[in-house]
Design a protein around this ligand. Structure first.
Ligand SMILES: Nc1nc2c(ncn2[C@@H]2O[C@H](COP(=O)(O)OP(=O)(O)O)[C@@H](O)[C@H]2O)c(=O)[nH]1
Ligand SMILES: [Mg+2]
Ligand SMILES: [Zn+2]
Length: 338
């Protein structure tokens, strides 16, 4: 018992169950029996894990977001000088290949009942230049629904471990079900986190408004948000193999902060119960102290257009917009310790 409390430099947080184990004798998770990739253990101190997970109501776009994000990463070397990625386990590779076939070639949407990344996907990101290399541990929190919020019990450890949560909100879906609001969503989220012993203090929340292609009216004060979505040229740049300079990438990060502030205003003014949501996220009713450390906002369209309502298939190829933004926020909010 005591030995498990003592610091042990061989103990590393397991990417498959999110608990620390000593891997010096056997690179296997005692809980899930998964073999830990050698590269994960060998580089643990220099290529730090970046735990990524998304919470949100079913159907708001979590699985599609992660699938398209990976597609973007595979194309990123066309716009980020020297960038490379590496899948650390066969499972990740198979999942990516399957997504490629379904989403990109057959234009099909992910199955609702199947969790796309039941075993976390391990994707090493190298040569980020503005940041140190990282190993993304992506966990898709689909599957069993918890009080209308997708947090399967086996996801709890990941949610506790991750310092940054992507709070996936599809405004078009909320408008279609007027009895639900973003403030309700936060209550469900907070209850789910409490249930899983994952306190909100010291946590970063990145609200990701998904399906931006379906938002037709941002209101007269927020035309710049519509422009921001439409003017993302990364996908075009990828096709044209036009690199972003380091200076352009720095400016992009500044723009990210500006857009987050604008989306904060937009949420206050134009989102049903938006003010209530921000109040809940930022203030602890009892102490008045901040609840969430950082509340940031991003807006994305993973597909670029809605699938056909009848066939549920895309009618033409995906055109992702701003899907890099939530990942950039995670990198900015959780820099690797030097
Ligand atoms: N218009 C539009 N629809 C999307 C987008 N992303 C997802 N969807 C739709 O939302 C559905 C649910 O997405 P999914 O990622 O499976 O949701 P999850 O249950 O939160 O994982 C998909 O089948 C698509 O019909 C998007 O970027 N734009
Ligand atoms: Mg899903
Ligand atoms: Zn483990």
């Amino acid at each position: 018992m005591l030995s498990s409390l003592l610091p042990n430099r061989n103990r590393k947080v397991c990417p498959y169950c999110a608990e620390p184990h000593d891997f010096s004798k056997k690179a296997e998770c005692p809980t899930t029996n998964q073999i830990i990739p050698k590269a994960f253990i060998a580089n643990y101190d220099t290529i730090r894990p970046l735990w990524l997970h998304a919470v949100g109501f079913p159907d708001h776009g979590k699985t599609v977001y992660f699938s398209v994000l990976i597609e973007l990463l595979e194309n990123l070397p066309e716009v980020w000088e020297g960038f490379s990625w590496r899948y650390l386990n066969q499972h990740t590779l198979s999942t990516v290949q399957n997504n490629r076939e379904r989403l990109l070639l057959k234009h099909e949407m992910p199955d609702k009942t199947v969790v796309t990344f039941p075993v976390p996907a391990l994707v090493q990101l190298n040569q980020l230049r503005l940041w140190k290399p990282r190993c993304m541990v992506i966990h898709d929190t689909g599957g069993e629904s918890y009080e209308n919020m997708d947090i399967a019990p086996e996801s709890a450890g990941f949610i506790r471990r991750a310092r940054t949560s992507f709070f996936i909100v599809s405004l078009p879906d909320l408008v279609d079900s007027p009895t639900r609001s973003i403030a309700d969503l936060f209550d469900v989220y907070e209850a789910a986190m409490e249930e899983h012993n994952a306190p909100l203090a010291n946590r970063n929340l990145v609200v990701v408004f998904t399906k931006a292609d379906e938002i037709t009216n941002f209101g007269s004060n927020f035309q710049d948000l519509k422009d921001y979505i439409q003017q993302d040229d990364w996908w075009e740049r990828i096709k044209q193999k036009r690199m972003l300079s380091l200076e352009e990438r720095r400016q992009y990060n500044h723009k990210l902060a500006y857009i987050s502030d604008r989306l904060y205003e937009f949420t206050l003014q134009n989102v049903n119960k938006g003010k209530g949501f921000i109040g809940k996220a930022l203030n602890d009713e009892l102490t008045g102290r901040p609840k969430i450390s950082n509340l940031k906002f991003a807006i994305v369209s993973a597909l670029g257009h809605a699938p056909n309502k009848q066939t549920k298939k895309l009618e033409y190829d995906i055109h992702p917009c701003r899907i890099q933004d939530p990942l950039l926020w995670a990198l900015l909010l959780e820099p690797s310790p030097s």
